[in-house]
Ligand binder design. Structure first.
Ligand SMILES: Cc1cc2nc3c(=O)[nH]c(=O)nc-3n(C[C@H](O)[C@H](O)[C@H](O)COP(=O)(O)OP(=O)(O)OC[C@H]3O[C@@H](n4cnc5c(N)ncnc54)[C@H](O)[C@@H]3O)c2cc1C
Length: 531
């Protein structure tokens, strides 16, 4: 017989990709309600099995949850961590308690999470539960164009940080209603791996403060270099992806440093990346079909066949181009390579090997510790030249190797079979004579592969194919559509800034100064065209 006792009313704060306790709006709103609150994290099978997921992501999430728990446990509070389909988990909680409200942060995710949210919305409506989702930073749901987006971005970034006070929340522990995730999930998730950045709010704060205290000074010089970038770039990407830090926290801390230092240029360059972060996520939020389809549909007619041999060689670092191979191996081992190296390996796959970006994108999503669909898919397509609004970019791995890994130290670290090659041959080891190869104890074609394609001919072929699509009417129509919905006219942005600069030159906002500075530098840091 069903119990006649009224069920206890509860609220839920559903943690998704906002794994922190500070500047957390769902928590802040839950704090205002005097109702027992379950702080919930769900390990969902749809995500554990997703083609974009890897153990590294769930390890980072687990570490982030442990970090939250270590702060909560001081107040005898805890997260409820469980495994299951979100709808089953909510159903189960609702059978024991009466869920009143669910608070969470909007997620710009893959189609799997989008569909899950749609289903759950229906379930909440059916059960008279109000699910309140808060905007994620400056990312606006349902945005139709970018006319006021940049202004909104800055307003959001300058707005006050949410003052969370966990002691004010009456946390309800619902762990006993679920099986212990430690008995369900792969053990590897719970084991530390020192090759990867560790997850959690505390580590995010440490990376942020070490960057703003010292590391930022080398930011612009090191940004393109595969070794230097590992320390001179902020390395904040996984902490932003999993929301261990909010973008607002990072932006406001950076502006404080900017005010104190005379060395402003690297920080302006950094702020422009923070702006890009949201700019790309906004693109994906507004047009999420690009997870699978070409941004510019005119490109549907080329690169449709997959060559498995090419894919395996690229993925396993066996292309015969040392900088490409070293990056693919480094990425597999550590979860990180810098922007230019990401762009280069994608360009090699999609231009030189002339393969569809969709195949590369799944592998890279699994490998990037910071995989964020909102940045990943627009960037993949930008590097694969399937948008048509930017200059065509084909990166030359040999030139990049000579310029950015001049002494070959990065190559030698990740391709130890090439360790004995001198600097003048490390970038093109196939140029060594057979006597030299014997001397260096590495026979090309045996211990290290011969280059799998002709770089020059393959670049020309790709350029010709991509340019011919670009000339079609369909491509032009698509470009105009993309510009209207995703880009603010440059002229309009310049006019606004110049007007403001004339009337009150000192009153240019940090973002306007950043964009101004970028124009001065010609935005050459990450390059454009044939690189
Ligand atoms: C093909 C490709 C795929 C990418 N996929 C991702 C991804 O899944 N997740 C991700 O966070 N970044 C992605 N990036 C962007 C960029 O490479 C990384 O953000 C950056 O290398 C992370 O290192 P960092 O935190 O030290 O960056 P910093 O240079 O210190 O920049 C600070 C922050 O700004 C943002 N940012 C920096 N560069 C870019 C950029 N070009 N576009 C958008 N945001 C940027 C990131 O949030 C980064 O953490 C991708 C780039 C390419 C070319």
């Amino acid at each position: 017989m069903p119990s006649l006792k009224a069920k206890e009313k509860v609220n839920i704060v559903w943690f998704k990709k906002d794994l922190r306790l500070k500047d957390h709006q769902p928590l802040f709103e839950a704090q205002k309600e005097n109702i027992p609150t379950i702080l919930l994290y769900i390990f969902e099978p749809i995500l554990l099995q997703a083609p974009t997921s890897d153990i590294r992501h769930f390890r980072f999430i687990w570490q982030s949850l442990q970090n939250i728990n270590s702060q909560l446990n001081c107040q005898n509070k805890t997260l409820t961590i469980c495994y299951g389909c979100a709808s089953d988990v909510f159903e189960k909680i609702n059978s024991t308690y009466q869920i009143h409200k669910v608070f969470s942060t909007q997620e710009t995710g893959i189609d799997i999470t989008f569909n899950r949210d749609r289903e759950l919305k229906k379930w909440c409506a059916k059960n008279s539960i109000s699910w309140i989702e808060f905007q994620n930073g400056a990312i606006i749901r349902g945005l139709k164009n970018r006319k006021t987006w940049s202004v909104n971005w800055e307003t959001t970034m300058c707005s006050p940080i949410n003052e969370n006070n966990i002691s004010e929340i009456n946390v309800l522990d619902a762990n006993s209603d679920f099986s212990d995730v430690k008995n369900i999930l792969s053990l590897e998730i719970f084991e530390n791996n020192s090759n990867f950045q560790p997850g959690g709010e505390t580590f995010g704060e440490k990376y942020l403060s070490s960057f703003l205290n010292t590391r930022f000074v080398n930011y612009s010089n090191g940004i393109s270099k595969p070794i230097a970038s590992r320390t001179s770039c902020s390395r904040l990407s996984p902490y932003l992806t999993y929301g261990n830090l909010s973008m607002k926290q990072v932006y406001q801390a950076t502006v404080l440093t900017l005010r104190k230092t005379t060395n402003k240029r690297p920080l302006y360059n950094f702020i422009s990346r923070l702006h890009w972060h949201c700019h790309f996520i906004q693109k994906f939020e507004s047009e999420c079909r690009i997870e699978k389809d070409n941004f510019n549909t005119a490109y549907n007619q080329i690169r449709n066949e997959v060559n498995q041999e090419y894919f395996q060689a690229w993925k396993n670092g066996k292309t015969g181009f040392p900088l490409v191979d070293a990056n693919m191996i480094c990425l597999k081992e550590t979860g990180y390579i810098n922007f230019r190296m990401r762009a280069m390996v994608v360009s090699f796959f999609t231009a030189n090997l002339f393969q569809p970006w969709q195949i590369a994108s799944k592998h890279l999503a699994r490998m990037f510790l910071d995989f964020d669909p909102g940045i990943h898919y627009p960037q993949m397509q930008m590097q694969a030249c399937t948008i048509g609004t930017n200059a065509m970019r084909i990166y030359n791995p040999t030139l990049n190797s000579k310029k950015h890994d001049a002494d070959g130290l990065f190559i030698k670290k990740w391709l130890p079979q090439l360790a004995n090659f001198p600097t003048d041959l490390i970038h093109e080891p196939y140029l060594a004579t057979i006597e030299q190869q014997q001397l260096f104890k590495c026979i090309i074609g045996v211990n290290y592969p011969m280059p799998m394609i002709d770089l020059k001919a393959s670049s020309k072929f790709a350029k010709d194919q991509i340019s011919s699509v670009l000339k079609t009417e369909n491509a032009k129509l698509e470009i105009s559509r993309i510009l209207t919905s995703h880009v603010k006219s440059k002229k309009r942005a310049n006019d606004e800034r110049n007007k403001k600069a004339k009337s009150s030159p000192k009153k240019l906002s940090v973002l306007q100064q950043t964009l101004f500075m970028e124009e001065e530098v010609g935005e050459k840091l990450d390059g454009s065209q044939i690189l």
